[in-house]
Every structure is written in structure tokens, then in C-alpha cells.
Design a protein around this ligand. Structure first.
Ligand code: SAM
Ligand code: DTB
Ligand code: SF4
Length: 312
């Protein structure tokens, strides 16, 4: 009971998602309670260490150079500025610090600077995570040696909808990067985005693909699209709130041992909807007033949320 399975099918996931809500939440709570403290919510904090000018064309992203989003590109941040942001995040209660770069892939010329950031953040007693795009052979090992705990690389959606989202890299490229991360002994953070115009079948397929990874990703971020003006997917219809809750519950049941994070999209969710996501088994959030380029609820709203559910 509540042990990871690697053979989920689209039909299994759709049937799970369609169960009566009370049954779904009850089972999700069972899965949560089997492996985690049910009243603890992990706090992770993001920092965009390199903004904009990205060569990929991910149709949801403010940072792609393929779209006019009004975002100003900037160079890789200096080490000191990164470490002071990490120290502020730690003082604000973050346990994990995740550094993101708007890169298609990690280039060797940036390796030394990124490794110094990882080592510096690790030395502060924070868990380290980076999301730097595709990795080449041997790079994950260098990041691991610098003290990297997690590498984030999302599958984003199911394989059938994927070509509607991005054409500059393939689904297999993403799976290859995740395999490199695993081989280097770095924990995997991988999830996706809901609300990009995909069908329920595509959301189910995303979970099936993530569930076929063995072992499962240690962290599974479930993002709701933050619609960005100027991007092809920016005008997509939002998911109904309870539908989003159902997908969170499905993720909790499918990934019983993983941390399931309500990632992007909380800024436009009510406190009650976020509390339902936590009841449905999510046990991590991004804290801080910003994600990478967009707004996040910030400290006061998040402390109120966590107090309200007794996870403060
Ligand atoms: N460039 C790297 C990459 O794509 O892997 C790292 C940064 S990228 C912004 C990290 C992830 O953030 C994406 O894979 C996507 O899942 C998520 N993301 C980006 N823009 C988003 C948006 N507007 N709404 C929701 N999630 C988003
Ligand atoms: C993840 O799954 N979501 C985060 C983190 N991993 C890198 C990023 C969310 C980005 C939201 C849009 C923005 O702020 O640009
Ligand atoms: Fe670049 Fe990452 Fe944005 Fe895609 S999601 S355009 S790879 S920054």
C-alpha cells in the first residue's frame, strides 16, 4: 500500500483523477501520511541567476528570445549577490535554494561560476538546487562535486502535446538530461505545467512519464501556467480550481515518497484553494515575493496560509 509504482497508464491516471473528491483526498492523505509528516510544508526559494535572452522557444516562457515579452535580459549574477540572496532566503525560513538560469544548456565557460554559487549556498546550510537547461556528458558530476543536492528539469507536459509547447528541444532530450542527473547521484526534481491548453489526457501522460522514472523524481513540482503576455500560450484558459486540486491529489498518490510542490501559479489562487492543494497532499511551496520573473504571494500571505493549516 502506498508504495511507488512505475507502470501507471493513461487510463489508470484518468480513472484516479475522476474519483469522487472525498475518496481522492482520503487516498492522497493516506499516501502522504505513509511517508511524510502530514503537517509539514517544505519552503523552497527561487533566484533567477541569469535572466532572459534564452535560445529555446518554450511557448509559456517570459525569458525566450523568440517572443516580445518586455523582459530585459541580463548577464549571469555575481557570486556575492547570489550569496546575499541565499542568506536572506535562509533568514526568511527557506530550506532549499533553487538557482535558475535562462539557458538552453549549461556551457563549460559558466561551470566554474555556477559551481562556486552551489558551494557557497551549500556552506550556508541550505539544500541546493539548480535549473540550467540541458546538461552535457560529465557536467552533472561536476555540479555534484560542488555540493548540488537537486537538479530541476521539467518534462512540462505529455509527449503528444509537447510539440505544441516547444520545438527547439525534444522530449527525449529532457529525459536524457534527467538520466545524466541520476547517474551523477544528484536528486531529481521534475514536474510540469498545467493550464497550457492541454487535454486531461496530456496531463495524465505527463504523470505517466514521470512515474516511469525509476526511482521516481524526489521532487515533483506542479506548476499552474502563469500567463505571460506576448507568449504563444499566454492566453490559455485557467484550470478550474478543484480540477487543479484533483491533479495534485493524483500526483501525491502516484508519487507517494516524493515531495509534491505547488510551484508556479499560487499568486492568483485564493488561500482556500491553496489549502485544498495542501489537503490533497502537496507538501512544498516556493516562498518569497518572486518566482523567476513573476510574482509569488510573499512572506505575509504565506505565513497566513501555513498558520491557517497548522503548518506554520
Ligand atoms: N532554462 C531552464 C529550463 O527550461 O530548464 C531553467 C529555467 S525554466 C524557467 C524552469 C521551468 O519553469 C520550466 O521548465 C517550466 O516548467 C517552468 N516555467 C517557466 N515559465 C513558466 C510559466 N510562465 N508558468 C509556469 N511555469 C513556468
Ligand atoms: C518549477 O517547476 N517551477 C519554477 C522552478 N521549477 C524553476 C519556475 C516557475 C517559473 C514561473 C514563471 C516565472 O517566474 O518566470
Ligand atoms: Fe529558456 Fe527555460 Fe524559458 Fe525554455 S523555460 S525559454 S529553456 S528559460
Amino acid at each position: 500500500m502506498y508504495e511507488p509504482r512505475f507502470d501507471w497508464t493513461r487510463e489508470d491516471v484518468l480513472a484516479l483523477h475522476a474519483r469522487p473528491l472525498a475518496d481522492l483526498i482520503y487516498e492522497a492523505q493516506g499516501a502522504l501520511r505513509a511517508h511524510h509528516d502530514p503537517n509539514a510544508v517544505q519552503r523552497a526559494q527561487l533566484l533567477n541567476i541569469k535572466t532572459g535572452g534564452c535560445a529555446e522557444n518554450c511557448g509559456y516562457c517570459s525569458q525566450s528570445s523568440a517572443f516580445e515579452t518586455g523582459l530585459k535580459a541580463s548577464k549571469l549574477m555575481e557570486l556575492d549577490a547570489v550569496l546575499s540572496a541565499a542568506s536572506a532566503a535562509k533568514a526568511g525560513g527557506a530550506e532549499r535554494f533553487c538557482m535558475g538560469a535562462a539557458w538552453r544548456d549549461l556551457r563549460e565557460r559558466d561551470m566554474e561560476a555556477v559551481c562556486a554559487m552551489i558551494s557557497g549556498v551549500k556552506a550556508m546550510g541550505l539544500e541546493t538546487c539548480v535549473t540550467l537547461g540541458m546538461l552535457h556528458e560529465g557536467q552533472a558530476e561536476k555540479l555534484a562535486a560542488a555540493g548540488l543536492d537537486y537538479y530541476n528539469h521539467n518534462l512540462d507536459t505529455g509527449p503528444e502535446y509537447y510539440p505544441q509547447v516547444v520545438t527547439t528541444r525534444s522530449y527525449q532530450d529532457r529525459l536524457d538530461t534527467l538520466a545524466q542527473v541520476r547517474r551523477a547521484g544528484v536528486a531529481v526534481c521534475s514536474g510540469g505545467i498545467l493550464g497550457m491548453g492541454e487535454r486531461a489526457e496530456d496531463r495524465a501522460d505527463l504523470l505517466v512519464q514521470l512515474a516511469a522514472l525509476s526511482p521516481h523524481p524526489e521532487s515533483v513540482p506542479i506548476n499552474h501556467l502563469v500567463g505571460i503576455e506576448g507568449t504563444p500560450l499566454g492566453g490559455s484558459a485557467r484550470l478550474d480550481g478543484l480540477d487543479f486540486v484533483r491533479w495534485i491529489a493524483a500526483a501525491r498518490i502516484i508519487f507517494p515518497r516524493s515531495v509534491v510542490r505547488i510551484a508556479a501559479g499560487r499568486e492568483s489562487m485564493s488561500q482556500e484553494l491553496q489549502a485544498l492543494c495542501l489537503l490533497a497532499g502537496a507538501n512544498s511551496i516556493f516562498v518569497g515575493a518572486r518566482l523567476l520573473t513573476t510574482a509569488n504571494p510573499g512572506r505575509d500571505r504565506d505565513e497566513a496560509l501555513l498558520d491557517a493549516v497548522g503548518a506554520g
